[in-house]
Design a protein around this ligand. Sequence first.
Ligand SMILES: [Fe+2]
Ligand SMILES: [Fe+2]
Length: 470
Amino acid sequence: MAIDYADRIPNNVGLSDNRRLQRALESWQPKFHDWWLEMGPEGFQANEIYLRTAVSVDVDGWAHFDYLKMPEYRWGIFLAEPEAGRTVNFGQHKGEAAWQEVPGEYRGMLRRIIVTQGDTEPASVEQQRQLGWTCPSLYDLRNLFQVNVEEGRHLWAMVYLLDAHFGRDGREEAEALLMRRSGDRDRPRILGAFNEETPDWLSFYMFTYFTDRDGRFQLASLAESGFDPLSRTCRFMLTEEAHHMFVGETGIGRVVRRSCELMNGHDTDDLRACGGIDLALLQKYINFHFSVSLDLFGGELSTNAANYFTSGLKGRFRETQIDDDHVLSNDTYRVIEPDGGEFVGADAPALTSLNERLRDAYIADCQRGVDRWNKVIAQQGIDFELRLPHRAFHRAIGLFAGMHVSPDGQTVPEAEWAERAGDWLPNDDDRTYVSSLMEPVTRPGSMANWIAAPARGINGRPVEFEYVRL
Ligand SMILES: [Fe+2]
Ligand SMILES: [Fe+2]
């Protein structure tokens, strides 16, 4: 299905045949542009950047790369191809034809799902808006902006659903998505992790690795939805999302590589004297970002999650590949719970444990990257292992909220926690040090001292390519 770029809003949803929707989106478009200029990347709006733009939804060749100023990026609406005869694949409506319109009884729930997902997209752009000033290379600067424009497009994707399927309250929600601000006391973004700062590039790589990955799992579950427009929207978003996680995984991997080189070159594991990020500090950042991202999955036992599933709105990760009845009314799932000072597995109803099940899939996926980073460390002959902290560490939501648990899963007295938190999480001194490293490097091909060069450039271009024309 071709994308119509002649339209003011590029799309493959036949927008020009739907005057009402077209008008709604065209009246939202200038507000989005205002938001982008006010809250998008600061200072680089007039520069030409080597960006990819979606030009079709074909698996092969969906993207086009060229120089572009960010405000001229063609944000549009792209849904994956419809699947003929698609059905609701789980829950009480299993086997019915997938819905093309919102089922009346699920309107409120569905709107809430879409708004919550939609809110994260502009939030991350806001969190990252200052980072351009301190880029470790032009390659990284371009990747930051690529992620930012695509998060902007993901906002478009959710606003399309609101405008197309929720009438007047959908339009109001679409406006509100541009009114909330990450970290704002009076009108914050909906989810906690999206109100945290992304103050430096190490945090940015952590965010794209851990927090964008939460996004991937949420989108993958929504891609299973019986509400077909949501499913098709999310399926295409996942294509873009993969790059964001690539930026995170390779970003952290390059820091790991550089740290090992510095350790071997200077024969020390304290890299502050030589301007590197030591592995112990990296571990603290992992502890922080992993734990706040775990909270994004919600409580271990959740009737909301059960309702979303039973209604056919939000499936499990890779729902159709799971070998069971996809209704789950009599099934159980093993959930880890606190029991005194210990953690034990307990069988809970599968339906209410769906958040936990998704979190388990997420944790396994996070671990794969950690294993790859550890391989780099081992290859460099260094005896150190990065680890994901215990799931109960530093949690603010769910069964472990308020507990004092060390990264290796020991419950500790509150006083000990208070004393040791700065050994487990980045403390003020660590953050000040990391921010002292954030000096911009803008000569094509050059890298900041604390990070290794990427293995290859973008779209077959060399690493030395001028990815941003300053
Ligand atoms: Fe996104
Ligand atoms: Fe993303």
